[in-house]
Design a protein around this ligand. Sequence first.
Ligand SMILES: O=C(O)C(O)[C@@H](O)[C@H](O)[C@H](O)COP(=O)(O)O
Length: 252
Amino acid sequence: MNIVRTVELGPNERMTVVADKVALCEATAELIAKSAQEAIAARGRFTIALSGGSTPKQLYELLATEPWRDRLDWSKVHLFWGDERYVPPTDAQSNFRMTSEALISKISIPAKNIHRIPTQPYSPQSGANKYEDTLRALLGEHPQIDFNLLGVGTNGHTASLFPHRPTLEIRNRLVVADFIPEVNMDRITMTLPVINDSRLIVFLVSGADKAQVVHDVLRGPRQPEQLPSQLVHPAGGELIWLVDEAAAELVR
Ligand SMILES: O=C(O)C(O)[C@@H](O)[C@H](O)[C@H](O)COP(=O)(O)O
């Protein structure tokens, strides 16, 4: 991993800065491969929650090429999603569709290892309920996902936990649905307890347009209602902000 600098953010939390988006994807792929190896050795499988958005797409494409494709034992990898847009899986906005095109269609992974968030024909709320059941059935009452990949929006949202939404307060559900006025869409999202119980949480952030929000989340005053990403702190695991130089510019 070609690290430019590392910033300690707190116990079990750090920011790792790499040069650019290419280096960011390489570094994340390396982290995924290492976590997968450890999880499979310890527990026989690797569970990863994927995110949507433009940044991860390039990462998924990279994971589908050598050497990464062969380094991962896909038969023991279980794919989950941290959030989904409430659209059919064939829709251009679907996180599942994006991941399918970039990664799933190019690797050999058993269908039973792919756990997508249900959308239509279910309602948003029943899709969320069904996904919660899936998580409970596969991972128990208090799921500990091995690797939770997150992004941050320029407004501070992460997964589909948006500023000032009641979902930020929910502690007794694993998955919820929420209509997000600013994007005019229903979303289904893992809640903070699930995210924070993950063994490793990784924020993947790239580009100068993210520099201000990265600064505000990590160094600005605590205002979690405004900046939901400030609520992400591992309960017992580790948190890494993997950021390229342009996005890390304002954090010293
Ligand atoms: O489905 C989504 O849109 C997300 O999971 C979302 O939380 C995303 O991670 C951020 O909006 C950052 O997205 P970018 O990486 O595209 O900026």
